[in-house]
Design a protein around this ligand. Structure first.
Ligand SMILES: O=C(O)C(=O)C[C@H](O)[C@H](O)CO
Length: 403
């Protein structure tokens, strides 16, 4: 099954997405998501200039061989650009394999290990009252697990707060990065109050999650975890900058609050120590930034040996092709934990047609052959690329902090 064409489509239906389309001599087409928020064209160019030409003539059935060829063959290994490009190829090849077999990808991965995939949605508010209203909205939609973020009093802007116009939260904006301010002590005082508010209003019958977005030092994260223990969060996510794996030892020494991390990782080597030393509870690597279905499964298999569960990243900057691919993995692995689900801003659904479903807090990838997402290139052409950057954070003294 020879590959006859591989092309990259950059479009902006609600936000920027980079989509790889691979065609075979048999007329089977597969797609993969190559979006790297704020650095989209780097991956698009890496693919179209360097990898797509090498795909032509290769056998689309040999997924592992393609993975190794592009990973080891580059000599320059890992990194978000390389691994996002390899991920897009990998997912497109799994899509083709599923379509050729007439089966959804999760069947090829060993079949359903569960009936559905528990997902968490995002509730946020500029005030605790607004957060309550959004939390109730998510409960009404059927969510069993909800991430909570609220504006920190005294800070001009806080990560994760959706706009009041009802549009989905989207941090990338403007053709230069927006600058936010950060003050750790204000946040550390506020976070337990927010969690206390949510538990008082909604009780303990729903899972509550919170994202720290890499902003604390290890000892600050230990203090946060301790102060949240009585509210029993499902997890705190990204407590400290993720690349410092041994930092998590200190957090672990101080708190029993479960820890999740991994959306910025792009390979098993980024989380090897975290997993094998049992320093985290959930590994949140994404299918599109960590080398596709093939590599994500490798990470989750390692995690399974050490009692670490999956919690795949699923923000809106991962296209429906990524979400679908993640759901197929989620369905088939033994150590699934939870899946993030933000949905996608319109008009994304004019460009991507998905067979996945959401019901009563659970998602299912559907039974369409392949990953179950079709990409309409003509529709995509109506939404040209619109350059946008993720924000940066400055402390009150003006120095750059982790965003
Ligand atoms: O979904 C999350 O937990 C995030 O932290 C979202 C990230 O900010 C987003 O994917 C950056 O592009």
């Amino acid at each position: 099954m020879k590959i006859t064409d591989a092309r990259v489509v950059v479009s902006s239906p609600g936000r920027n997405y980079v989509t790889l389309v691979i065609e075979t001599e048999d007329g089977v087409t597969g797609i993969g998501d190559a979006t790297l928020n704020g650095r989209e064209l780097a991956v698009a160019s890496y693919l179209s200039e360097h990898l797509c030409p090498l795909l032509i003539g290769r056998d689309a059935r040999r997924i592992e061989d393609a993975w190794q060829y592009f990973y080891k063959g580059a000599y320059w290994r890992r990194g978000p650009v390389t691994m996002t490009a390899i991920a897009a190829i990998d997912v497109a090849l799994w899509d083709i394999k599923g379509k050729a077999a007439g089966m959804p990808v999760y069947e090829l991965l060993g079949g359903a290990a569960r009936e559905g995939v528990m997902v968490y949605g995002h509730a946020s508010g500029a005030t605790l009252q607004d957060l309550s209203a959004d939390f109730q909205h998510h409960l009404d939609l059927g969510y069993k697990a909800i991430r909570v973020q609220a504006a920190v009093p005294g800070l001009e802007k806080t990560y994760g707060i959706a706009p009041v116009d009802g549009k989905m939260y989207e941090p990338a904006s403007g053709n230069v990065p927006q600058e936010d301010t950060w003050e750790t002590s204000a946040y550390l005082d506020f976070a337990p109050k927010m969690m206390a508010h949510v538990r008082k209003e909604f009780g303990y019958g729903v899972h509550v999650l919170h994202d720290v977005h890499h902003r604390l030092s290890p000892i600050e994260a230990g203090r946060l975890g301790t102060s949240l223990e009585e509210y029993r969060p499902f997890w705190i996510e990204d407590p400290t900058p993720a690349e410092d794996q041994s930092a998590f030892r200190l957090i672990r020494q101080h708190t029993t609050t479960p820890i999740a991390v991994g959306e910025v990782f792009n390979s098993i080597w980024d989380c090897q120590q975290l997993i094998t030393e049992r320093l985290i509870d959930y590994i949140r690597t994404s299918v599109s930034h960590a080398g596709g279905i093939t590599h994500l499964r490798r990470i989750f298999s390692l995690a399974d040996l050490y009692g670490v569960r999956s919690g795949s990243h699923g923000a809106g900057d991962l296209s429906p092709a990524s979400l679908a691919a993640a759901l197929h993995v989620d369905m088939s692995i033994p150590n699934f934990g939870i899946q993030e689900y933000m949905g996608h801003r319109e008009p994304a659904n004019e460009v991507f047609t998905s067979s996945y479903t959401f019901k009563d807090g659970y998602m299912h990838p559907g039974d369409a052959p392949g990953i179950g997402v079709e990409f309409d290139e003509e529709a995509a052409a109506r939404f040209p690329f619109d350059p946008k950057y993720l924000p940066i954070n400055r402390r009150l003294d003006g120095s750059v902090h982790d965003w």
